[in-house]
Ligand binder design. Structure first.
Ligand code: HEC
Length: 130
């Protein structure tokens, strides 16, 4: 599995390089805590989020900023299926290859590149293990 992720990563990295500008960690943290905007806390445990908002379907994100580089974090959010083709995590940055997309959302990613940058900036601050 790690081998697959590594061989697919250059694709994600080039996509990330095309949108990379410094994100705002404060905005990213707020976006992640907002269930109506990101849904991250539906599945993940996130440091600082209220107890009733801590998800348990996915890895705990404590320390994720120490486990991955900026580009790897961006790739996880933009195209998580590159790491696990059967993942339940939404592809927040993808617009192609999707089915049953409502007309109003055609061609639009779930999150704008700027929002993903903000979230990555926030994730990079999460250095402490649980
Ligand atoms: C529907 C559930 C779901 C949602 C919503 C979700 N994720 Fe995930 N995420 C997962 C799962 C499951 C994994 C583990 C990889 C896999 O097997 O898919 C994962 C993996 C990750 C990883 C890698 C973690 C590690 O330790 O390897 C990061 C980073 C991540 N998600 C960030 C996010 C962020 C940020 C959001 C919100 C923008 C989000 N996720 C929303 C389910 C979800």
């Amino acid at each position: 599995m790690a081998g697959i992720a590594r061989s697919l990563l250059p694709l994600s990295l080039s996509l990330w390089a095309s949108v990379a500008v410094a994100g705002d960690a404060g905005r990213g943290g707020a976006l992640m805590a907002d269930r109506t905007k990101s849904l991250c806390v539906l599945c993940h445990m996130v440091p600082g989020a209220a107890a009733h908002l801590q998800g348990s379907l996915a890895p705990d994100l404590h320390g994720v900023g120490a486990r991955y580089t900026e580009a790897e974090l961006a790739a996880h959010i933009t195209m998580p299926e590159r790491f696990n083709p059967e993942t339940i995590m939404p592809s927040y940055g993808r617009t192609d290859g999707l089915t049953n997309v409502g007309r109003a959302w055609l061609g639009k990613p779930v999150m704008a590149p700027g929002q993903i940058e903000d979230i990555v900036a926030y994730l990079l601050t999460l250095k402490d293990a649980p």
